[in-house]
Every structure is written in structure tokens, then in C-alpha cells.
Design a protein around this ligand. Structure first.
Ligand SMILES: NC(=O)C1=CN([C@@H]2O[C@H](COP(=O)(O)OP(=O)(O)OC[C@H]3O[C@@H](n4cnc5c(N)ncnc54)[C@H](O)[C@@H]3O)[C@@H](O)[C@H]2O)C=CC1
Ligand SMILES: O=C(O)[C@@H]1CCC=N1
Length: 255
């Protein structure tokens, strides 16, 4: 499949890396002049395109939009004449209706991916164009399957899915940074702290995912009676840790 990623910044670059690891797709990086994008395209053996007419001539099968949300419909309008291309937009908050207005004949689906797609461990909320026939739905799903877990949601659920799944990695990064600081304060060297924290978060996620247990059940398995963990949990409660996370989700949702 010929896949063009439109806007190769943090998310577009992560998607290109994930796609390049996974399959033998023909990849195109479409972005204004930028040496960083040239370097990435070279590393991933992807075609580099800067001009809209060149992308039109390349006739991609799938366009993935990872341009800044406020300009995505304007960018999309440049490709309105592409026939038969599938369109998948990752632009947060830009509706299928808005995208369809820019590309009236295109089949438009939306997703909210997250940065771990770069290592094929992403979480992707997907709203598929309901008018796509089964074969084309399968084509689209197969094209992104290598990026991580796909969770089908209604379009009205994409914002909250995008907040937890899409913004969430940054919240976890803040937590990992703080845990590492704590370890360094207790005398551990920083690189070892980062390694332990990343491995611990990976394992905690894997366990929760595999068992489908409620996080509170898993927490209770760690907190031995009279032990060290419950003292740490009490300190977290005192500092308002859970409340801070709930507030973070609300703030990212625009409340
Ligand atoms: N960063 C993330 O974790 C996530 C981002 N998204 C969505 O992905 C999109 C991009 O976000 P980021 O990668 O974080 O931003 P970014 O600023 O890192 O990347 C945007 C890229 O678009 C390029 N660009 C600007 N104007 C362009 C144009 N006219 N044509 C083609 N490319 C153009 C920029 O040069 C840049 O490389 C946004 O719509 C955002 O909502 C969605 C989920 C998660
Ligand atoms: O910060 C943002 O707006 C994007 C959407 C989800 C994650 N990053």
C-alpha cells in the first residue's frame, strides 16, 4: 500500500516509524522543507515530498493527516481531487464532517493515536467512515494494525479516548520523571533509575492489560499489610495524587 503521512512532526514521525517497522508499505513523508524530516525519510527509506501537486501525482492509497489541528482542513483541501484514496485524520478535535467539507469525494475516517505507535505499542481510538464497504474497511484497518491496539469508538467518544490514550503518555512521562527524581534522591544513579522506572511501567501496563483486573485489585496485590507500599500510597493520597490525575483529564478535555 502507498501511504502518505501529511505533517511529519512528533505524531507523523511516530506513525512513519511504526509503519516502517511493521510492513513493506511504500511510505511518503509530506511536510514543508525541514532537514529533520529529510533525515527521517532517508532512515525509513520513505519518499520525501514537499509540494502538493507532486503528492497528487504520486497517487497514494491512504493519506494520514498529522498536521496541526487548526490547519488540517486547509491542508486536506489541496488533495480534494484525489480519487479513491482513503483518508485517516489524527487531528484532534477536527470532525469527519469538517474534513468531508474539505475533501467531499474522499472516504474520511478519524483516529486518535498515541506516541508509542513509534514502537508498535500504540493505543489507537478509531472511528471508521461508516460508508466504507467491508473490503475497504479491512484495507484501512490492516494498514494501521501494526501500530498497536485499535479500539473502535463512536466519533463523539474520540475526544475522551484521545485525552486518556493520546495525552496519557505525557502524564505517565511526568510520573516517571518524578519517580526517577525520588530514586536519585535516595542515591540511585539517573540512568539506572530511568531504566527501572520504564521497565516497571511497561510491566504494570502489561499485567493490567493481560489480566483485565481493576487497577485497585492489582494495587492491593502489591500493598502488603504493614508493608512499605501502603505507606507510599498513603503519602500519595495526602499529596492529592489521584485528584491531580482526575483534574488533568478534565483540563485536557477543556473543562
Ligand atoms: N503528539 C501526539 O501525541 C498526538 C498528536 N495528535 C494530532 O497530530 C497532529 C500533529 O501533532 P504533533 O505531531 O504533536 O505536532 P507537530 O507540530 O510535532 O507536527 C506537525 C507537523 O505538521 C507540519 N506541517 C505544518 N504545516 C503543514 C502543511 N501545510 N502541510 C504539511 N505539513 C505541515 C509541521 O512542519 C510539523 O512537522 C495534531 O493534529 C494533533 O492533534 C493526535 C494524537 C496524539
Ligand atoms: O496535545 C495534543 O493536542 C495532542 C492530542 C492528543 C495528544 N496530543
Amino acid at each position: 500500500m502507498k501511504i502518505a503521512v501529511i505533517g511529519v512532526g512528533n505524531m507523523g514521525g511516530a506513525i512513519m516509524k511504526g509503519l516502517a517497522h511493521g510492513k513493506q508499505d511504500e511510505l511518503i513523508a509530506f511536510n514543508p522543507e525541514n532537514p529533520r524530516v529529510d533525515k527521517l525519510a532517508h532512515e525509513l527509506n520513505a519518499q520525501r515530498i514537499v509540494k502538493a501537486d507532486e503528492l497528487l501525482a504520486a497517487q497514494p492509497d491512504l493519506l494520514i493527516f498529522t498536521t496541526p489541528a487548526p490547519i488540517t482542513t486547509k491542508v486536506a483541501a489541496q488533495f480534494a481531487q484525489l480519487q479513491n484514496a482513503l483518508v485517516l485524520s489524527a487531528a484532534a478535535g477536527v470532525s469527519i464532517q469538517e474534513l468531508k467539507a474539505a475533501m467531499p469525494t474522499a472516504s474520511v475516517s478519524r483516529m486518535i493515536p498515541n506516541i508509542p505507535v513509534a514502537v508498535n505499542a500504540g493505543t489507537i481510538g478509531l472511528t471508521m467512515d461508516p460508508n466504507l464497504d467491508e473490503d475497504r474497511q479491512k484495507q484501512l484497518r490492516d494498514a494501521i494494525a501494526t501500530l498497536g491496539d485499535i479500539i473502535d469508538v463512536k466519533e463523539e467518544q474520540l475526544d475522551i479516548v484521545g485525552t486518556v490514550g493520546g495525552c496519557g503518555p505525557a502524564f505517565v512521562d511526568v510520573m516517571m520523571d518524578a519517580l526517577s527524581d525520588g530514586a536519585v534522591m535516595e542515591g540511585l544513579d539517573r540512568q539506572t533509575a530511568y531504566q527501572i522506572v520504564a521497565s516497571m511501567v511497561k510491566g504494570s501496563g502489561a499485567l493490567a492489560y493481560a489480566t483485565k483486573e481493576a487497577p485497585a485489585i492489582l494495587r492491593d496485590q502489591v500493598a502488603s499489610p504493614g508493608g512499605t507500599t501502603i505507606r507510599g500510597i498513603a503519602a500519595l493520597e495526602k499529596a492529592g495524587f489521584r485528584s491531580a490525575l482526575i483534574e488533568a483529564i478534565k483540563a485536557s478535555c477543556g473543562e
